[in-house]
Design a protein around this ligand. Structure first.
Ligand SMILES: [Zn+2]
Length: 183
């Protein structure tokens, strides 16, 4: 049995089947995402690039259906997440960056519009058929920050270096004050 993530069917077919897809897929399967991560990691010295960065696991679930009772407007409920290797733009060290996305999408043909369903985002179909993998990939790419940085401030070298500098700055005064008290 093939993996439905890679199958190509019309949005109406996915919806009519009520297809639910559990996703457990290596990053390596998502070519565009791989190329973005690879470009980012290229800023590191070769020996600092994590050897297994393509093995990060993309996990989540897609559930296709119709948004309306008349079963005219296909929709997909998406929940996807992955933790990729990235380079912190503040300290230029590698770190683990979590990406996640949760969306309800209306699968509409080019320039098609529907009223209502404002809690849904519109996903414009470029072709008559769609591969679920493309939706997962696009959502994760959109979840990427413009400038990736350590979330855990304590592990960011740039910030701990700043803290060291501040400590050095205050020390002369502390020493001076110590002297004044003695005098
Ligand atoms: Zn950092």
């Amino acid at each position: 049995m093939g993996n439905p993530l890679r199958d190509r069917r019309s949005a109406a077919e996915w919806a009519a089947a009520g297809q639910v897809i559990e996703i457990v897929e290596k990053l390596a399967s998502f070519e565009q995402l791989v190329s973005i991560v690879e470009t980012d990691l290229a800023a590191l010295d070769a020996d600092k690039i994590p050897a297994d960065w393509r093995d990060s696991v993309v996990a989540g679930e897609l559930e296709f259906g119709f948004v309306d009772a008349q079963r005219r407007v296909p929709t997909v409920r998406c929940k996807v997440a992955v933790t990729v290797d990235a380079v912190c733009q503040r300290c230029l060290e590698a770190f683990r960056l979590s990406l996640e996305s949760e969306e309800k999408l209306l699968l509409l043909a080019f320039q098609e519009a529907v009223d209502d369903y404002e809690d849904h985002e519109v996903w414009e179909l470029e072709e008559d058929t769609l591969r679920p993998l493309e939706i997962v990939e696009e959502l994760l790419i959109m979840a990427m920050p413009f400038s990736a940085m350590h979330v855990d401030l304590a592990s960011c070298k740039a910030l701990s270096a700043e803290a060291d500098d501040r400590e050095k700055m205050t020390k002369p005064f502390a020493a001076l004050r110590g002297q004044m008290i003695q005098d």
